[in-house]
Design a protein around this ligand. Structure first.
Ligand SMILES: Nc1ncnc2c1ncn2[C@@H]1O[C@H](COP(=O)(O)OP(=O)(O)OP(=O)(O)O)[C@@H](O)[C@H]1O
Length: 268
C-alpha cells in the first residue's frame, strides 16, 4: 500500500436500504491498490449487497461509489469476481480449463492471446489452485470445492485491479483454504490488486487482512482487525455483551446474540 495512486474503491456518503431496513448509512470509505480489505458481519447484515454495489448490480440508496476513479458499471474490466458458491449443472458443456480460460478471454472482445500463450497461462492458473489433475474434466462433474478453486483461478486470470470475493473459501478443505487465500494474498500484495473479501470467518485470512468493514444491525465500523474486533466495539454494535478473545494470532468471538449465526472461531 503506497503512493498517490487512484483509489481502487471509493464510497462517499453511501447508504443502502431495502424498504425500512437500513443495511448501512453514510459510509465514507476508500480502499487502496494493494490493500486486503475484509467485509465481516452476521447473516443478512449486507455483505453480499456491498459487493453487488461494487459490481454495479445494486444501486445505492444515497451517495456515490467509484472503482478505479470511474463510476460503477457492470462487467468492468477492472474487476475480478469470485462469486458465492453455486454448483454447475452436471451436464454443463465446459471443461475445467475452458472455465479458467474464459477469465482470460472474457474481457478481450474477441482478441485472444495466441493459442500457445493462452494454454500456458491457463496451465499456470490451474496449477496455482492445484487443479492440474482435473483440467480436462467437465466442470459439472467436479465437487463443489474443486469448482470453487476454478472460479478463483478464473477471477485472477485477467490480473484485475479490484478483486471481489464472496465467501471464496466455503466448501474448501483446510489445505485448499490456505492455498486459495495465499493466492489471493499474492494477487493483492505482490500484484497490487485491491481485494474486497466477504467472509463470516476472519481467522483463515487474519495474517493477510489490512482493514475490515464490520456490518451489524444497520451499523458499520472500519479499521484494522485490532481496532474493530474488540469486546467494546462489537458489544456496542450488537447492543449486547460480546466477548472477543485474541489468542495466538486468532480472533474468537463469544456470546453473539441468538439471531446471528456467526462462525468466528469455528470450523477450522
Ligand atoms: N434486492 C433486494 N430486495 C430486498 N431485500 C434485499 C435485496 N437484496 C438483499 N436484501 C436483503 O438485505 C439483507 C442483506 O442481504 P445480504 O445478502 O447482503 O446479506 P449478507 O450479509 O451477505 O448475508 P449472508 O451472510 O447470509 O450471506 C437481507 O435481509 C436480504 O434479504
Amino acid at each position: 500500500m503506497s503512493g498517490a495512486t487512484t483509489e481502487a474503491v471509493r464510497l462517499q456518503g453511501a447508504s443502502l436500504s431495502f424498504g425500512r431496513r437500513v443495511l448501512w448509512h453514510d459510509l465514507d470509505l476508500t480502499i487502496k491498490p494493494g490493500e486486503f480489505f475484509a467485509v465481516l458481519g452476521p447473516n443478512g447484515s449486507g455483505k453480499t449487497s456491498f459487493l453487488r454495489v461494487l459490481l454495479g448490480l445494486q444501486p445505492l440508496s444515497h451517495g456515490t461509489a467509484e472503482i478505479n476513479g470511474r463510476g460503477l458499471e457492470r462487467g468492468s474490466r477492472d474487476i475480478g469476481y469470485i462469486p458465492q458458491q453455486k454448483t454447475f449443472a452436471p451436464e454443463t458443456p465446459l471443461r475445467a480449463r475452458d472455465l479458467v480460460g474464459l477469465g482470460l478471454d472474457g474481457h478481450r472482445w474477441g482478441i485472444r492471446l495466441n493459442a500457445r500463450k493462452h494454454r500456458r497461462r491457463v496451465d499456470e492458473l490451474l496449477e496455482m489452485v492445484g487443479a492440474e489433475g482435473y483440467a480436462e474434466a467437465p466442470v459439472g462433474q467436479l465437487s463443489g470445492g474443486e469448482q470453487q478453486r476454478l472460479r478463483a483461478a478464473q477471477a485472477l486470470a485477467s490480473d484485475p485491479k479490484v478483486l471481489l470475493c464472496d465467501e471464496p473459501l466455503l466448501s474448501l478443505d483446510l489445505h485448499h483454504q490456505q492455498a486459495v487465500s495465499a493466492m489471493i494474498n499474492r494477487q493483492c500484495h505482490e500484484k497490487n490488486s485491491a481485494v474486497v473479501f466477504v467472509t463470516h470467518e476472519i481467522n483463515p485470512i487474519i495474517d493477510y487482512v489490512d482493514r475490515v468493514l464490520y456490518l451489524a444491525g444497520g451499523q458499520f465500523r472500519v479499521g484494522t482487525p485490532e481496532e474493530v474486533m474488540t469486546t467494546e466495539v462489537l458489544s456496542r454494535m450488537y447492543n449486547s455483551h460480546v466477548e472477543v478473545i485474541h489468542n495466538q494470532g486468532r480472533i474468537i468471538v463469544v456470546g453473539l446474540p441468538d439471531a446471528t449465526t456467526h462462525q468466528h472461531g469455528e470450523g477450522e
